[in-house]
Design a protein around this ligand. Sequence first.
Ligand code: PRP
Ligand code: MN
Ligand code: MG
Length: 179
Amino acid sequence: MGEDLCKILITEDEISSRLDELAAAIDRDYEGKEILVLGILKGAVMVMADLARKMHTPLTMDWMAVSSYGSGTKSSGVVRILKDLETDLEGKHVLIVEDIIDSGLTLSWLKANLESRGPASVEIATLLRKPDATTVDIHVEYVGFDIPNEFVVGYGLDYAEKYRNLPFVGTLAPHVYGG
Ligand code: PRP
Ligand code: MN
Ligand code: MG
């Protein structure tokens, strides 16, 4: 495992401290409301679990699985719903939780899809955002860290389904993905 990574980009403590701040901001913004927190499988599992435990706003959880990457390192631009959510969104305040926004293609498609279902609001929280995401026209209310354009894994993020269980975010060594 150790030689598969170049470096630790964001430590476990840094993630936890930043999620404290995001949870506090979300609690302030949604005071008096209830949130449907929507985690995007599989990458968002870790941030969903940790962020939700730091929030005090009443919430329910649901999950969607969409995929744009497959097992490669580049976004295909094709978004597929692998699992839809089970909640009627009518009148709900939806907070999408993502691990990373890279090209932004997944979220711009997903946000439009969810907005067509009649929710009261749809906002986005992401742990990580890469530079390309700013070229797509979507508003992201809660961003943990803006990171450089490196291939990162850990804390939910995979390469070919591996490394999701690392407690930190690290940069994958190029030899692992043939770079
Ligand atoms: C990754 C990541 C985001 C998406 C971001 O998911 O977790 O959901 O890609 O890419 P984009 O901004 O370029 O669209 P992936 O499709 O790899 O599925 P996974 O969460 O199951 O790993
Ligand atoms: Mn994902
Ligand atoms: Mg992935």
